[in-house]
Ligand binder design. Structure first.
Ligand code: ADP
Ligand code: MG
Length: 177
């Protein structure tokens, strides 16, 4: 095991993908790639939550499209990939932001709007969201889930880190005369 990083990330299945029934593709992919779903909910985000969630983008010209992409039922999850940097691992599975440039091996290439509408698809219709960093993941989790749920996820990653360090130490002790 090299450089384990203990974190979780926030994944969203955006509204157009939920409406197309592609949530199943995302769940299968999560399972096949070894992610654990620590918390999950399905529902609508209120406009204030969307603005807080995408705070860095509210002044961008594409914000109306971005807002549209998470208006309607979305699936929100806190996911964790044991012994991996989950933020990075999930972004690799998602693929690049623009689904027109995303390989078919990534979720955005596979089920982004481009697949259905070709060049007429909105770039914001890119199937899934993933946090950009561990700091962003904690902020986004606190917006979408109750404090008790986020606290449980925080405690879990801490426990995983402690467990890993204990295991490493006991393995080293066995090697030390
Ligand atoms: P990512 O989701 O890959 O982290 P960003 O954080 O840069 O990408 O942007 C957030 C979301 O805003 C993107 O997923 C996409 O839906 C939308 N978006 C970003 N850039 C553009 C753009 N140039 N045109 C339209 N939508 C965009
Ligand atoms: Mg981003």
């Amino acid at each position: 095991m090299t450089n384990p990083v203990f974190n979780y990330t926030v994944a969203l299945i955006k509204a157009p993908s939920v409406a197309r029934g592609d949530d199943e593709v995302v769940f299968n992919r999560l399972m096949n790639e070894g992610f654990v779903i620590a918390a999950i909910t399905r529902g609508k985000l209120c406009p204030a939550t969307i603005r807080a969630f995408y705070g860095a983008h509210v002044d961008k010209p594409y914000f109306p499209d971005l807002e549209w992409s998470v208006t309607g039922d979305v699936v929100a999850m806190i996911i964790h990939k044991p012994f991996q940097d989950t933020v990075k691992a999930w972004r690799e599975v998602m693929g690049p932001t623009n689904p027109a440039n995303a390989p078919k091996t990534t979720l955005r290439g596979l089920i982004g709007g481009f697949r259905y509408r070709g060049k007429d698809a909105k770039m914001a219709d890119n199937a899934v969201h993933g946090s950009d960093s561990w700091t962003a993941a904690r902020y986004e989790a606190s917006l979408l889930f109750p404090k008790e749920v986020v606290d449980r996820c925080d405690a879990w990653v801490l426990t995983m880190a402690q467990l890993s360090s204990d295991l490493n130490n006991s393995a080293l002790n066995m090697l030390t005369p």
